[in-house]
Design a protein around this ligand. Sequence first.
Ligand SMILES: Nc1ncnc2c1ncn2[C@@H]1O[C@H](COP(=O)(O)OP(=O)(O)O)[C@@H](O)[C@H]1O
Ligand SMILES: Nc1ccn([C@H]2C[C@H](O)[C@@H](COP(=O)(O)OP(=O)(O)O)O2)c(=O)n1
Length: 235
Amino acid sequence: MTTTPAPHPLVIAIDGPSGSGKSSVSRAVAASLKVGYLDTGAMYRALTWWCLDQDVDLADTTAVAQASRELPLELGTDPSAPSVSVDGTEVDAAIRETRISEAVSQVATNLDVRADMQQRQRALIAEIASATGGVVAEGRDITTVVAPDADVRVLLTASEEARLARRSKELHGDAGSASVEATRAQVVQRDARDSTVSQFTEAAEGVVTVDTSDLDFEQSVQAVLSVVAARGERV
Ligand SMILES: Nc1ncnc2c1ncn2[C@@H]1O[C@H](COP(=O)(O)OP(=O)(O)O)[C@@H](O)[C@H]1O
Ligand SMILES: Nc1ccn([C@H]2C[C@H](O)[C@@H](COP(=O)(O)OP(=O)(O)O)O2)c(=O)n1
């Protein structure tokens, strides 16, 4: 009697700048492949929320790193209903507020915080992959630092114009071009700060670039699934 060996857990790493579609596309790809989803940006956001909640001065790098090591974080990694809780409080909406978006880079550029988060993320990727048969993990340094040996590595990009339009629409609805300008300051400055500690504007060797500037959401999901298929992985 022959048995088919179970497929190895599939690890897909996706990086890219703000508004490139990482979170939404990664969730859809994970749902399509019936594997788990890890939003690493949510982890930096949750730590930022916790520091502000606990009155930790974000400029005090030692205190923020200590808070990172102690962060009582729980993540739900079902791509159809991802969730983030800190010390039993659901913070899914709170971590997307502007005050967090404006402060998160200060936390994410703390190198001791990054070392702690990267260690947590590697453990989570292994745990989710073995529980669900795979994982789509997305952020800024997943293809390069957290999971450089992932089965599939994608850099999701889009023109600045497309990214700003998407982010602005998400935050303000169809409120017009004024909101695009307001969003520009936030997104472009944050990407510039984040770029000082991670390389997510150019694909590292072996990383496939998917430019979604001229793709709609469904086409972007299909483009990433095609990269997975081209790697000979399950789709
Ligand atoms: N290819 C696309 N075309 C149009 N809108 C998109 C596309 N990809 C994502 N979006 C939308 O753009 C917004 C930002 O996407 P998101 O996944 O949050 O980006 P990121 O995680 O990279 O910051 C969301 O409202 C999302 O639905
Ligand atoms: N692996 C990661 C993920 C996110 N970050 C940083 C970059 C961002 O400023 C924050 C929040 O990331 P998130 O992906 O939620 O950002 P967006 O709102 O989608 O632009 O964390 C990081 O430095 N490394």
